[in-house]
Structures are given as structure tokens and as C-alpha cells.
Design a protein around this ligand. Structure first.
Ligand code: PRP
Ligand code: URA
Length: 209
């Protein structure tokens, strides 16, 4: 099974509480999603490989480390994953961005794919799939199944809140994928919404309800 990391840094916990609050409006919600994603990026990129270069400070020559050029791709699951992209790009501006559009059918709760545009050289890249909500896990599992067809070097999943049901399903379906979360909540309700969760992430980011 892949590694599961729940990053409960105080800054993330504080921002997550504000994100969950139903009185938080879309503008602040978007900023919080972006900030939490940026903080989580620190953990998700911990294993990037480094190489040594020689540079000159104003006082001396020194051998120092830089990231060794492994290429990254961030792939948000539309819609809500879009809210996470900016925070990650702020730290890794050279990453390419792919998009995969999937919604959950309200009746069957099964994932429906409607869009997919990925970087052409995905087989040369390490991928981080982004979606703030991991509920039944159906959307993330389907997205990763599609992405694997392009043979990326590795795949990680970064979410903000997961239900135990979704986390177990994703870990079982894709045991080679490392999973990064900010919180593991209690359960799903009868409509497969995460409890306590934060409601519908897409609607809250884009103000559609
Ligand atoms: C939400 C969320 C995930 C999915 C999680 O998207 O952003 O993609 O639900 O649920 P699952 O784990 O049970 O698949 P939604 O289906 O509401 O689509 P939207 O972002 O287009 O509104
Ligand atoms: N999608 C969401 O946006 N929120 C949930 O709680 C479950 C699925």
C-alpha cells in the first residue's frame, strides 16, 4: 500500500477550521484552499531529488543543492481541484498542469468523465492529482485510472478532507499511489457527503449555490 500522510500542522488545522465554517464566503474559501494546498505541497514534495551545483556567494564559492530537474505535473480534478493549483504552482512554477473533468452522478454516485487534457510528455513526469474532497473515492480512482494510461513516472494524490470510505477505496484501488490529506473525517452521510466535511467544495469555490 502507498503511504498515507495526514498533515496536521497548526497552520493547516487553523485554516481548515475556517474552510469548514459555513459562514466563510467564496472569496475567503478560495484563498484558504490555495493556502492549505501550498502548505501541503511542502510535505508532498519532500522526496524530490536534489543535485549539487557550485555557486559563488558574494564571499566564497560553495557547493549547494538544487532540485535535480525531475519534471512535475499537477492534475486537478474539475471543478474543485482547480482551487488547489495556484498554491502549488506558487512553489513549483515549472510544473505543467493537466485537467481532468469528472463529476459524481447525483443518482448513482458513480464518477462521470467529461474532459481530459494532459501534458504530452506525461511519461516523463511525476504527477500530483488534486481534489479537495475524497468522499466515496470514485472520482479520484477514475482520474488515476485514466492518468495511468499515460505511464507517468509516479502518481501522488493530494486532497484536503477524506472520509474513511474514500481513503480505503483509493488505497485499495491504487496501492502504488501515496496519499496526502489535511484531515480524515468521521464518515459519509446518506448522500455520500463527508461528515463533518465542508459541504460541496465546487459550489463553495465557485459560488454556484
Ligand atoms: C466533488 C469533489 C470530488 C468528488 C468527490 O466533485 O470535488 O471530485 O465530489 O466525491 P467521490 O469521492 O464520492 O467521487 P463533484 O462531483 O461535486 O463535481 P464538481 O466539482 O464538478 O461539482
Ligand atoms: N463532494 C464534495 O464536494 N463534498 C462532499 O462532502 C462529498 C463530495
Amino acid at each position: 500500500m502507498g503511504n498515507i500522510t495526514i498533515t496536521n500542522h497548526p497552520l493547516i488545522q487553523h485554516k481548515l477550521t475556517m474552510l469548514r465554517d459555513k459562514n466563510t464566503g467564496s472569496k475567503e474559501f478560495r484563498s484558504l484552499v490555495s493556502e492549505i494546498s501550498m502548505l501541503m505541497c511542502y510535505e508532498a514534495t519532500r522526496d524530490l531529488t536534489l543535485k549539487e551545483v557550485e555557486i559563488e556567494t558574494p564571499l566564497a564559492f560553495v557547493k549547494a543543492k538544487v532540485i535535480s530537474g525531475k519534471k512535475q505535473a499537477f492534475i486537478p480534478i474539475l471543478r474543485a481541484g482547480l482551487g488547489m493549483v495556484e498554491g502549488l504552482l506558487a512553489l513549483v512554477p515549472s510544473a505543467r498542469v493537466g485537467h481532468i473533468g469528472i463529476y459524481r452522478d447525483p443518482e448513482t454516485l458513480l464518477p462521470v468523465e467529461y474532459y481530459c487534457k494532459l501534458p504530452a510528455d506525461l511519461d516523463d513526469r511525476e504527477v500530483i492529482v488534486l481534489d479537495p474532497m475524497l468522499a466515496t473515492g470514485g472520482s479520484a480512482i477514475e482520474a488515476i485510472t485514466q492518468i495511468k494510461k499515460h505511464n507517468p513516472k509516479s502518481i501522488k494524490f493530494m486532497g484536503i478532507i477524506a472520509a474513511p470510505e474514500g481513503l480505503n477505496a483509493l488505497a485499495k484501488a491504487h496501492p502504488d499511489v501515496d496519499i496526502f490529506l489535511a484531515a480524515l473525517d468521521e464518515k459519509l452521510n446518506d448522500h455520500s457527503y463527508i461528515i463533518p466535511g465542508l459541504g460541496d467544495a465546487g459550489d463553495r469555490i465557485f459560488g454556484t449555490k
